[in-house]
Design a protein around this ligand. Structure first.
Ligand SMILES: NC(=O)c1ccc[n+]([C@@H]2O[C@H](COP(=O)([O-])OP(=O)(O)OC[C@H]3O[C@@H](n4cnc5c(N)ncnc54)[C@H](OP(=O)(O)O)[C@@H]3O)[C@@H](O)[C@H]2O)c1
Length: 195
């Protein structure tokens, strides 16, 4: 689901081109690590925003630059970004808007963006498009992602595997934050090959 969200965001809602600059907020998490890789695969220059502990991991995923949000405010990069992929979401005015060039896009997927329930596009006075998206099931998109994974072009990094019967633990792990990659609920061991 995390990869599908980012895939649909980049392919359907933005016009990301090679050479453009992408800033991924929450770059080490489930959606974030896919966003970094998919943006890199499209030839973008990628800035990853995460806490400092993730720097080595983010470099492995392919980021060109890291910002540790615990010490540095991302707005300090200036208006150099074409696309922000915000997997964290910020209530009210989003400070990441200050990093975008005129004509840029903020792709807003983080939970907090969904509070008002509005999915769609808004335009700010600074000529920036804000795309709030919601993932939906799509077999063709999943097939395209599987192809990338099978070919070794997209890595799926697993933070934690939890048996379905202990799903509560997965929620607790998610709420504790600082994930690196995705969490997996083990539903059918043999079928998933997660032994
Ligand atoms: N719109 C949709 O259709 C859709 C689909 C899937 C998920 N979502 C939502 O998207 C959000 C992210 O999901 P996820 O699975 O990627 O979550 P996740 O795996 O928990 O990742 C969140 C990441 O953000 C980092 N982070 C936390 N606070 C931050 C901050 N202030 N600035 C920058 N990074 C920060 C965390 O680690 P560090 O703090 O250690 O850096 C973590 O690596 C969730 O709210 C989820 O509900 C929406």
């Amino acid at each position: 689901m995390a990869a599908l969200t980012v895939w649909q965001g980049i392919v359907e809602h933005t016009k990301l081109r090679a050479g453009q600059t992408v800033l991924v907020n929450g770059a080490a998490g489930g959606t974030g690590h896919f966003a970094v890789q998919l943006a890199k695969a499209r030839g973008a220059h990628v800035i990853g925003v995460a806490s400092g502990r993730h720097e080595a991991f983010l470099r492995e995923m392919g980021v060109d630059a890291c910002i540790d949000y615990t010490t540095t405010s991302p707005e300090h990069v200036g208006r150099v970004v074409d696309l922000v992929i915000d997997t964290v979401g910020t209530m009210g005015e989003n400070p990441l808007l200050m990093t975008l060039k005129r004509g840029g896009t903020l792709l807003w997927i983080g939970r907090r963006s969904m509070n008002n329930g509005i999915i769609g596009t808004e335009h700010t006075e600074a000529g920036i498009a804000i795309e709030k998206i919601q993932v939906r099931s799509n077999g063709a998109h999943l097939a395209a992602l599987s192809e990338q994974i099978d070919a070794g072009r997209l890595r799926v990094v697993v933070d934690t595997v939890v048996p379905l019967a202990e799903a509560r633990k997965a929620h607790e792990r998610g709420e504790a934050g600082h994930l690196q990659g995705i969490m997996v609920l083990r539903v059918a061991e043999e079928a998933c090959g997660l032994t």
